[in-house]
Design a protein around this ligand. Structure first.
Ligand code: NAD
Length: 260
């Protein structure tokens, strides 16, 4: 049902973003993938997405800390694919330390990548969506857009920011055929989660097994990780006509975490 539409998904060389790109391509969308990684592996994913959609698939290396590169990616998507009809603000990084030991450059990087890049994406893409009187803006927030955990000051601040940005832009675009929503997953098994295990082990003096069971899955009443495909399926639903009245929402996919 996304044939003829184009989607730009930030941070889509891995994890949740890549799953969303695949789910959109499976519905026929032309996609722009973005993020870092091995060039040959990225090219393989790009070619796979084009084959899956039967439409174009581009890779853009825009660094989410660089506003001019974000704007250029949106212009390139517009000039090459039309639209963009759908943008997904998904790129994100994590760093775990108590606030008094939190390096300032890590704070700045997390705010830039996890929050400010979403502003630059919307700033660049909303005019094109207004022109077509149709658009879907989806951000990957987090359960940490609703609740906090210790040692994640920058991440929790950025994700709460995404929730507020989502509501604000939803109000601004409410009569323009554009919806703006965020999805708030609990723990999803991706490299982002795997990579924070060593730091959490250090910060809390725990074994790997203790971090997985007592920290990660402790918060999740279902005691199961969310899958990237489950998040992607919700992103696809938000693009359907049936979802045209869902805007300004923060949708949890967290195994009951934020119900507790
Ligand atoms: P991931 O590490 O697998 O993917 C992150 C992606 O962002 C990668 O493609 C990476 O290359 C890209 N990226 C990082 N820095 C970038 C930059 N400066 N410019 C452009 N791209 C950059 O992580 P993931 O778990 O798939 O996370 C995706 C999103 O989901 C993030 O916003 C994260 O906060 C959010 N999230 C993840 C979980 C989880 O448990 N994994 C839970 C809730 C929310």
């Amino acid at each position: 049902f996304l044939k003829g539409k184009s989607a730009v998904i930030t941070g889509s060389t891995s994890g949740i973003g890549l799953s969303i790109a695949k789910a959109f391509a499976a519905e026929g969308a032309a996609v722009v993938i973005n993020g870092f990684g091995d060039a040959a592996a990225i090219e393989q994913e790009r070619a796979g997405l084009a084959a899956l959609s039967g439409a174009q698939a581009l890779y853009d290396a825009a660094d989410m800390t660089k506003p001019d590169q974000i704007a250029a990616m949106i212009v390139r998507a517009h000039d090459t694919l039309g639209g963009p009809d759908i943008i997904v603000n998904n790129a994100g990084i994590q760093y775990v330390a108590p606030v008094d030991q939190f390096p300032t450059e890590k704070w700045d990087a997390i705010i830039a990548i996890n929050l400010t890049s979403a502003f630059h994406m919307m700033h660049a893409a909303v005019p094109y969506m207004r022109e077509k009187k149709w658009g879907r803006i989806i951000s990957t927030a987090s359960a940490h857009s609703l609740v906090a955990s210790p040692n994640k000051s920058a991440y929790v601040a950025a994700k709460h920011g995404i929730a507020g940005l989502t509501k604000t832009v939803a109000l601004e675009t409410a009569t323009a055929g554009i919806t703006v929503n965020c999805i708030s997953p609990g723990y999803v098994w991706t490299p982002l989660v795997e990579n924070q295990i060593p730091d959490t082990m250090k910060a809390r003096n725990m074994t790997r097994e203790q971090v997985v069971n007592d920290v990660l899955l402790d918060a999740q009443p279902t005691k199961q990780f969310v899958t990237p495909e489950q998040v992607a399926a919700l992103a696809v639903f938000l693009c359907r006509d049936e979802a045209s009245q869902i805007t300004g929402a923060n949708l949890s996919v967290d195994g009951g975490w934020t119900a507790a």
